[in-house]
Design a protein around this ligand. Structure first.
Ligand code: NAD
Length: 519
């Protein structure tokens, strides 16, 4: 038996972290339906970004433990794949009910470990919940194709069959939504799963895993390992794992894509972003700028769809002072406090990086319109706070512009025309999301047609698709040709099996060895 100590699923609860004791919680692994304390002596600290309190220790799982997780997923696969699709779906129905019932508690855990505000944490959970709801439609989504009489008396039907064991590697910035992009769609299709949450925010995922077990997910269908590089490489290399879902930064994503692909696995990898909004002079200034402020500074800019760059076109170039006025009214503070708009960033290292990049922008000639560095927050002197920051006169050759800042920093660029704005966006190496604010249908349509990005918003700042559509990406924001959720998730999580049946000629001898043709 693997693991230092086994805790029956119903005895373990991540919610204990909310009691706020001084002893950090030991984050367990989930192997074969049991929450197990790791035998490892190495761990990563889970640190509350607002207070620096060590909430938990994420173990670096041992090879033996990861092997056990994969073996349990492999062993569970045949029975789960042949469980009726309705019964697999029923687990998702129960999971969606449980997530709804536990949203408050999940949000408090999420805010503690990640830092984002409680309302934003609820949004993170809700956008994941919608994917679970979508997974409840698998009874029709996973249907195959059929055709009678492809030759006289010969029929073809194609099934979408599960792949086997799938793996998931998650980032820190959406502790609920992104794990919920991964395991529900995969398991409802009949796969079993080995998930590696971000070592920095594992608690929300663990609570979701408890709910999945409570919802009736059978032993071994969902397994959780923890760690950093070795756990990632394990998922890339383990022969039992057939497909990998990755969301995170470019370096890690390129590594996972290459290593996983070399091992013959399917890989879907969503990477970094530098999203631009375009504000046309015919837009309603207050509506457009308030949407922009929310998209730039919400979650302290740590969303892959955050708007971190705005291109002000024509007359809109004079609107920066309104933006500054709006941004300076935002309340910076701990995510747990009511009324806070801008929470802390994830780590002291992230704060240092953001502040260094702001300085580099200033040093290379950008104008600092609003400076959020060294932002003092009463009662939270040690939090990783960076206030809303706005720089104007930013140019594409600046290091600031060329780096994914992932903080509450809005870079303002200028253009004479919408064509110039589109060209700027299309020159950027990333193509995750973008948005335009205008009252002109013709300009909006031109933008939608010509801009190269996976998600495009028209008078809408963060156009994250609902789960009946897929979350995509273009150019540097994606590797692989598969997409998360929507129909893309069914394609990614299944393979075709095509059966050709001949019931007319069962007793007739084959008389020719030539390649059979159907006629
Ligand atoms: P990250 O790459 O540091 O971590 C993601 C995962 O990869 C983690 O589980 C981590 O343990 C692992 N990892 C980290 N470095 C690694 C390495 N060198 N080799 C192997 N594995 C490694 O990403 P993060 O900081 O947690 O998340 C933020 C990033 O994720 C941003 O770049 C953001 O744009 C991106 N993101 C993209 C999307 C999208 O859909 N495009 C969504 C959310 C986040």
């Amino acid at each position: 038996r693997v693991g230092a100590r086994r805790t029956p699923a119903h005895h373990y609860s991540t919610a204990a972290v909310l009691k706020g004791g001084s002893t950090p919680l030991k984050v367990p692994l989930l192997i074969n339906g049991e929450f197990v304390e790791s035998e490892s002596s190495e761990h990563v600290k889970v640190i509350c970004p607002a207070t620096q309190r060590v909430l938990a220790h994420t173990p670096i799982a041992t090879k033996r433990e990861m092997d056990a997780a994969s073996a349990s997923a492999k062993a569970a696969f045949p029975a789960w794949a042949s469980t009726s699709v309705s019964n697999r779906t029923r687990v998702m129905f129960r999971l969606q009910t449980l997530i709804r019932e536990h949203t408050e508690e999940l949000a408090r855990i999420l805010t503690m470990e990640h830092g984002k505000t409680i309302d934003d944490a609820k949004g993170d959970i809700f956008r994941g919940l919608e994917v679970v709801e979508h997974a409840c439609s698998t009874t029709s989504l996973q249907m195959g194709e059929t055709m009678q009489n492809v030759a006289t008396g010969v029929d073809i039907h194609s099934y979408r069959v599960p792949l086997g064991v799938c793996g998931g590697i998650a980032p820190f910035n959406f502790p609920a939504m992104i794990p919920l992009w991964m395991f529900p769609m995969s398991t409802v299709c009949g796969n079993t799963f080995v998930l590696k949450p971000s070592e920095r925010v594992p608690l929300t995922t663990m609570r979701l895993a408890e709910l999945a077990i409570e919802a009736g997910m059978p032993k071994g269908v969902l397994n959780i390992i923890h760690g950093t590089h070795d756990a990632v490489n394990f998922i890339c290399d383990d022969p039992a794992i057939k497909a990998i879902s990755f969301v995170g930064s470019d370096t890690a994503g390129a590594h996972v894509y290459q290593r996983g692909s070399l091992n013959g696995k399917r890989v879907q990898a969503n990477l970094g972003a530098q999203n631009h909004a375009v504000i046309m002079p015919d837009a309603d200034p207050r509506a457009a700028l308030s949407a922009l402020s929310a998209a730039a500074f919400g979650a302290a800019g740590q969303r892959c769809m955050a708007i971190s760059r705005v291109i002000l076109v024509g007359e809109a170039r004079t609107w920066v002072p309104v933006l500054v006025e709006m941004a300076s009214k935002l309340k910076v503070g701990p995510g747990s406090q009511a009324g806070v708009d801008v929470p802390p960033v994830i780590s002291t290292q992230a704060k240092e990086k953001i502040e260094r990049l702001i300085a580099s922008g200033v040093n290379s000639g950008a104008k600092l319109e609003l400076d959020g560095r060294g932002y003092p927050v009463a009662d939270h002197p040690t939090g990783n706070f960076v206030g809303p920051t706005i720089l104007s006169g930013v140019k594409p050759n600046m290091e600031l512009y060329q780096t994914e800042v992932f903080g509450p920093v809005l870079q303002c660029l200028e253009a004479e025309t919408v064509d110039e704005a589109i060209a700027l966006i299309n020159q950027n190496p990333y193509g995750n999301g973008t948005a335009i604010f205008t009252r002109s249908g013709a300009i909006a349509r031109k933008f939608v047609q010509e801009v190269d990005a996976g998600q495009v918003g028209v008078n809408l700042p963060i156009p994250v698709p609902l789960p009946m559509f897929s979350f995509t990406g273009s150019r540097g924001s994606i590797l692989g040709d598969h997409n998360f959720y929507g129909k893309g998730a069914i394609t990614f999580n299944t393979q075709w099996k095509t059966v050709t049946s001949n019931w007319k000629l069962v007793e007739q001898e084959m008389t020719s060895l030539a390649m059979p043709t159907m006629g």
